[in-house]
Design a protein around this ligand. Structure first.
Ligand code: ADP
Length: 774
């Protein structure tokens, strides 16, 4: 294509050239003046002309007029570019034959216009059925259309053309109206339009010599798409053909796109009767042939009665633009499938309302959702099974551990000496390691299932640091490490969960001692931010130990992660401690972190925000120093019932109670316990939970129904270590909870408390927080 640009400013000429450069196959002819432009137009016959509104030797409109008048540019578009077109100039330009005026600042519009023009200049690339009975006209026009790139089947009559139309696929029909033979052009158009889509919807251009307004209206009623009066001006026909073909192609493209979306389109009237259905919808509902006359409600499943379906359909189409409702679709062969349905009102063609119902078969999505549901259920079931397994396994491990830890405690009390003492101490340490391990696994499982809840009670950071220090100091000293606690003055009105805070810090501190062979371990707490409502604290444990290689640092807080697989064997451990710390601190809304240099040492830290109570928290009750002596002093001779099915555990408990002066009766299961309680008046009952014949819960429930036994202190002693177990004991009417393996100090303290409360207890868990206090 040749573009003539007439512009005096070299810079703007360059800009225009650049704008056109985005099209392929464009040659430029550049002129700066009217005179140059006239000479170039005469020599080059441009296909497109762009003229500046103001030239050095003329104005653009006059040049345009002259190009048209002199026949230099008879048909090609001439566009004018101007700064600000006035109404007068627009009128003048139109009279001069200028196609369009663009503002210089709206070059994009000029480019869009040119693109459209260029598209129309492309080879026609379509197949045309052409009917014309005048032989010269037929030959000449067919030849011209072929030259423009079209494939043309030309016929002298409609009778000959009709079978060809039925046989082949055409993009367009161009037909004369007045034809010799049986079939006129009008009849041909009529027959074409009676065909079903897509054949019946082919674009038709009519050619006729009798060009009156009435005639044109008639032809449009017949169903033509466009009209050209004879004698045919080929360039005009070409413009009309490209227009129709371009529109047809655009429609085909959207049709293909729609088909690719697998979205079915059904057009219905306001009562739901199907007017048309596209290929996707027809195959979705299994319809072969014409779907007309059916009601769309028939494609929806309704188990109860058809009327309901009709109602919901009418509601659906009455409501405009309903989006993605779920129905059960029904194919004509009776098979059902999950269906997503949207509706929108479309242009009414004959006064009545029409709706497009867009349907999608969502079987695949549904199947995926079902699979997910099954997977979720089985994950939940597995989770429950895992919890049950953990509960059972830990119960089974803790019961013999109770015997091991209890017996070694009793042996140590006997004042053994020499090798025997050392060996018992090894047994005791091993037992406690196992208890710690089980605690860690249970905590991890609780955190993993989101079942761990934090307390918010007064917490003294000083006592917390002291407690953690006391727990690791001896081990540090044993390795020859210096152990320090650094803490500035800390607020005394903080609220938090002291047990879990200690646990987080203790994990760090134990690791620091474990992984340090020489040097020091330092524990510190400092205030980062302090306000009236909260205080942000940073806890830190620094050591001069083996350190951690950089590649392990980013994952060291992940569960089961150990910096070096071989450390498991050298130092032991599960790789759960840091993961538990991270989860606990996360639950408190805080953050954890570590910096470390291999061979030099590590600093593990966490930051938490603790609420401030506003008033200093009351000092914690002074720990009971010698509960055993207190029991012996105040309650010797009182009678206690000890219920446990395991003989060794009974012996352990009995031995721990030896110095109390209490008279201890024993029962081996719930049944025996109930009988004993009915017959005797006890000061308290120590009740195992899992026992044969009747468990501790059932026994307690029965005890609570007895007259005068509502206030009898019943204390659960159990290896059931889950949070829910504790609650279940309280729900069954027990007053307190001692976990196995029993620690003598805990047993004595709890017992002393309940002996003191005595019959005033009402079966309520008065001492729920008691364990955390001792
Ligand atoms: P465990 O100590 O039971 O293996 P942790 O989660 O507490 O589990 O620690 C995970 C790993 O992190 C340890 O095995 C060790 O490799 C590394 N680690 C933790 N603390 C330290 C430390 N203070 N110095 C060196 N390595 C450490």
């Amino acid at each position: 294509m040749r573009v003539l640009i007439v512009e005096s400013s070299p810079l703007y000429r360059e800009i225009l050239q650049q704008s056109f450069n985005r099209f392929r196959g464009v040659d430029f002819v550049l002129s700066a003046t009217r005179m140059e432009a006239l000479a170039e137009a005469a020599a080059q016959m441009p296909d497109f002309v762009v003229i500046s509104g103001q030239l050095s030797d003329s104005d653009g409109v006059s040049l345009g007029r002259q190009l048209r008048c002199d026949g230099l540019v008879p048909i090609a578009p001439i566009v004018l570019l101007t700064g600000s077109p006035s109404a007068e100039m627009a009128m003048d330009a139109e009279r001069a034959g200028i196609t369009e005026i663009f503002r210089k600042q709206d070059l994009d519009e000029l480019v869009a216009f040119s693109r459209h023009f260029l598209d129309a200049q492309q080879p026609l690339r379509c197949r045309i059925l052409y009917v014309e009975d005048a032989p010269e006209q037929r030959l000449a026009l067919a030849a011209q259309l072929r030259e423009w790139g079209a494939e043309v089947d030309a016929f002298a009559s409609a009778d000959e053309a009709w079978p060809a139309f039925l046989r082949a696929d055409y993009d367009l029909v161009v037909t004369d109206i007045v034809l010799g033979g049986h079939m006129t052009g009008s009849r041909l158009i009529n027959r074409i339009r009676r065909q079903s889509a897509p054949k019946g919807e082919i674009p038709i251009v009519a050619l006729t010599a009798f060009d009156t307004p009435q005639r044109r209206v008639e032809l449009f009623h017949l169903g033509i798409d466009d009209y050209v009066a004879k004698p045919v001006f080929p360039v005009e026909l070409r413009a009309r053909i490209s227009n129709l073909v371009a529109r047809e192609r655009a429609e085909e493209r959207s049709h293909k796109l729609l088909q690719a979306t697998e979205l079915g389109v059904t057009v219905v009237d306001e009562e739901g009767f199907v007017l048309s259905m596209d290929h996707n919808a027809a195959s979705m509902f299994g319809i072969a042939g014409d779907p007309g006359g059916r009601n769309f409600a028939n494609f929806l499943m309704n188990e109860r009665d058809g009327a309901k379906c009709m109602e919901s359909l009418c509601w659906l189409i009455g409501e405009q633009d309903i989006q993605r409702l779920r129905f059960t679709g029904r194919r004509v062969d009776g098979r059902v499938f999950p269906l997503q349905l949207s509706s929108l009102e479309i242009e009414p063609a004959d006064g009545g309302r029409r709706f497009a119902l867009l349907t999608r078969d969502v079987s695949d999505e549904q199947a995926l959702a079902d699979q997910l549901e099954v997977a979720r259920d089985s994950a939940a079931r597995l989770g429950r099974m895992k919890s049950e397994l953990l509960a059972n396994v830990s119960h089974e491990i803790l019961t013999p551990l109770n015997a091991i830890v209890g017996m070694s405690f009793l042996l140590k009390q006997r004042g053994l000496t020499g090798d025997a003492r050392e060996q018992v101490e090894h047994i005791d340490a091993a037992g406690h390691r196992l208890v710690g391990l089980i605690d860690e696994i249970l905590d991890f499982s609780k955190l993993e299932s989101g079942k761990l809840e934090l307390e918010s009670v007064p917490v003294s950071i000083d006592s917390l640091l002291a407690g953690v220090a006391a727990a690791v100091e001896n081990r540090a000293a044993g390795k020859g490490l210096s152990f320090r606690v650094e803490a500035v003055a800390l607020p005394s009105d903080l609220l938090g969960d002291p047990v879990r805070l200690s646990q987080a810090l203790l994990n760090y501190a134990s690791n620091a001692v474990k992984f340090t062979e020489r040097g020091s371990v330092t524990l510190s707490a400092s205030v980062i931010e302090d306000s009236e409502s909260f205080c942000q604290l940073r806890f830190e444990v620094r050591d001069t130990g083996i350190g951690i290689a950089p590649e392990y640092l980013y994952s060291i807080f992940d569960s089961f992660c150990q910096a070096d697989g071989s450390s498991t064997r050298r130092y032991g451990g599960t790789g759960l401690g840091l993961a538990i710390t991270r989860e606990l601190v996360g639950l408190m809304g805080g953050e954890v972190g570590v910096t470390s240099t291999p061979g030099t040492g590590s600093t593990f830290w966490f930051v938490v925000k603790l609420a401030r109570a506003g008033v200093p928290c009351a000092a914690l009750p002074a720990p009971v120093e010698l509960p055993l002596d207190d029991i012996a002093w105040h309650f010797a001779g009182k009678r206690l019932l000890l219920v446990d099915d395991d003989q060794v555990n009974r012996e352990v408990a009995l031995a721990m109670l030896a110095g109390t002066g209490l008279q201890v009766d024993m029962a081996e299961n719930g049944l025996e316990a109930v009988r004993a309680v009915r017959e005797r008046d006890y000061a308290a009952v120590l009740m195992d939970v899992q026992m044969p014949y009747m468990d501790g819960m059932q026994a307690t429930r029965l005890i609570r129904t007895m007259p005068d036994r509502a206030g009898l202190p019943v204390i659960a002693v159990t290896a059931n270590a889950f949070e829910g177990d504790r609650q279940r004991c309280f729900d069954a009417g027990m007053n307190d909870f001692i976990p196995k393996p029993i620690q003598a100090r805990v047993l004595h303290s709890v017992l002393l408390r309940w002996l003191r409360i005595g019959r005033k207890a009402t079966g309520h868990p008065l001492a729920r927080t008691f364990l955390s206090e001792i």
